[in-house]
Design a protein. Sequence first.
Length: 205
Amino acid sequence: MEMNHSETKKKLRAHYQTVRAEISETSRSRSQAAVHSHLTTLVTELSQVRDVPISMIGSYQPIRAEVELSALAQWLPGGARFCYPKIKGNVLDFFAATKFAKGRFGVLEPLLEPSQVPVSPEAIDLILVPGLAFDRSGHRLGYGAGFYDRYLLQTEATKVGVCFAEQMTETSLGLDPHDHPMDFVVTENFILSPSTENRWSERVS
């Protein structure tokens, strides 16, 4: 009997968690440096074609062997600030922060000042989005809770999926109405982006 969408995604989640966990530390370190380089190229190019440079980037603190981005600020041209996700109830918001503490699901989350408010979705220029897998149309496979899916509907920020090359899949992940495709996907090997024909092109920075 053919699997339904939910069963397909459950199977894919298990598969890509294993794939990512099996990447060696040597390969991971080398790949992360290449991802940082490609992201720097992408952010620089996007800043050049915008009326104003990218000034606020939504990043993340990695869990479960996700691509580590803490050193990215050292690669980017000066001026960009970072904000990070924090979950309250069923809501994900982004906060500017330099200090973190373990929160829900054991994820490092911003340590907030008592009166601190979230960065508004309109103020974020670009969001770096982790995932278990991405397909070549920019669709993302997350962990299944839908926090990012709901947040991405609120913002016009450029959405950049971030993963290792092993996490790219030929299987279509755009299976549900709430799935929100990325504008770009960046791995250590390439920057994947939509072309003018609404097809996706792959290039190395």
